[in-house]
Design a protein around this ligand. Structure first.
Ligand code: AMP
Length: 424
């Protein structure tokens, strides 16, 4: 047990971390272009935030939260998603007083007590964006488009954008009653989860993965056809904006998503690369979330993308980056030259911006050269007794095999110049 990470968690090891850094570089650059600033919130929040924000009857809150009582008897929860914490920060710091809309993004771990399997973890990571303070449908299109640009920037082309409108409290409450009415005679035939959902959250029955439940709802009325005038108009304008961007989508009237706070636009990006209809990310509008958690009625919209899923999809598409090379120059010692002398040279090289390293195990020269070779360094500096007496070191280009003596006084500046040229 001591030598195993907790179930559903994963170490990201050197050699894998390049994929993560690449992901982060790409999304940070896209966010800069789209005008989003980074926000970092704590990994735990008051439990109440998620109970009220995400909704008590959602699967996330009812079954998947990591909730604990701290030493001060407070109930805290490791964040299962990013939107409610960002909304809380928006209220706490009265960011609604700043110029609107406020556009932010986050990258960080989320925690859900999910059943671990490929692409599903208990600690996973999301990149997400949130925009507060604007209702305009062109914003919905921008947010959706940003998520699509993320996938493309990461070399993923095989995905489908699914789009729906889940209405607003006005039309959804009426629809909920209508759905309950239509399903009430079939109650006993649903799976236990759905039987429960009929009372608490009937919309979620529509995206139950059980085939038998799906069959029972094939001909029910759908929210999309029961939208109020305002919601219908908004949805049409979002579609128009997506068309104007030339971004294809499919309308999926059964898309409801697992969080209660969504209003109007809901979307999901699914891919066949990992498993049929695997979800890479999704989001939507949440015009009343801020009011729900005690703030002003400021509208918002955002999405969350699962980083592990995207990296798995990249791997499946053969887009794995090679492990990055850490060391450009290895400084070896021969004869009686001390390790401290090598450390001096290594530190000087680093001071010139050169990634340099040395041996720390007292290896023989032969073993040092073997190690340098394994590290695939470009240049090797050898500090030997004879050369040092003459004020020189040996410099070897590992790629060409050429070798020459270099004055110690010129060594760091010369090596720095060569490495810069080689890395250009
Ligand atoms: P959600 O917040 O449930 O809409 O999830 C957004 C995205 O996060 C999903 O599309 C997945 O890519 C990812 N995701 C959600 N739950 C998990 C999990 N348990 N493990 C890995 N990724 C997840």
């Amino acid at each position: 047990m001591l030598t195993k990470a907790p179930r559903g968690t994963k170490d990201i090891l050197p050699g894998e971390v390049e994929q993560w850094q690449f992901f982060e570089e790409k999304v940070r650059e896209l966010c800069r272009l789209f005008g989003y600033a980074e926000i970092r919130t704590p990994v735990f929040e008051h439990t109440e935030l998620f109970l009220r924000g995400v909704g008590e009857v959602t699967d996330i809150v009812a079954k998947e939260m990591y909730t604990f009582t701290d030493r001060g008897e407070r109930s805290l929860t490791l964040r299962p998603e990013g939107t409610a914490p960002v909304a809380r920060a928006f209220l706490e710091h009265k960011l609604y007083g700043a110029a609107q809309p406020l556009k932010v993004y986050y990258i960080g771990p989320m925690f859900r007590y999910d059943r671990p399997q490929a692409g599903r973890y208990r600690q996973f990571h999301q990149f997400g964006v949130e925009v507060f303070g604007a209702m305009e449908p062109s914003l919905d299109a921008e947010v959706i488009a940003l998520s699509l640009y993320v996938f493309r920037a990461l070399g993923l082309e095989e995905f489908t954008l699914q789009l729906n409108s889940v209405g607003c409290p006005l039309c959804r409450d009426a629809y909920r009653i209508c759905l309950q009415e239509e399903l009430k005679d079939k109650l006993s035939r649903f799976c236990p989860d759905c039987a429960d959902r009929i009372h608490k959250n009937p919309l979620r029955i529509l995206d139950c993965k059980q085939e038998s439940c799906q069959e029972l709802t094939v001909d029910v009325s759908l929210m999309l056809h029961k939208l109020c005038g305002d919601c219908a108009e908004h949805f049409a304008a979002v579609r128009e904006a997506m068309d104007a961007l030339g971004e294809p989508y499919v309308v999926n009237p059964r898309l409801v998503r697992g969080l209660d706070y969504y209003t109007k636009t809901a979307f999901e990006i699914v891919s066949p690369v990992l498993w049929a209809q695997s979800s890479l990310g999704g989001g939507g509008r949440y015009d009343h979330l801020l009011a729900t958690i005690g703030g002003p009625d400021v509208p918002g919209i955002g999405f969350g993308i699962g980083i592990e899923r995207v990296l798995l999809a990249r791997a499946a598409a053969g887009r794995v980056l090679p492990e990055s090379k850490l060391t450009d120059v290895f400084v070896a010692t021969a004869g009686n030259v001390s390790a401290a002398a090598a450390l001096r040279v290594v530190i000087d090289l680093r001071g010139q911006g050169v990634a340099a390293d040395k041996d720390y195990l007292g290896r023989s020269l032969k073993a040092q050269l073997k190690f340098a070779d394994k590290k695939q360094v470009r240049y090797l500096v050898i500090l030997g007794d004879e050369e040092m007496k003459r004020g020189q070191a040996m410099l070897r280009d590992m790629q060409t095999g050429s070798q020459s003596g270099v004055a110690l006084t010129d060594l760091t500046s010369m090596v720095a110049r060569l490495v810069k040229e080689a890395n250009r």
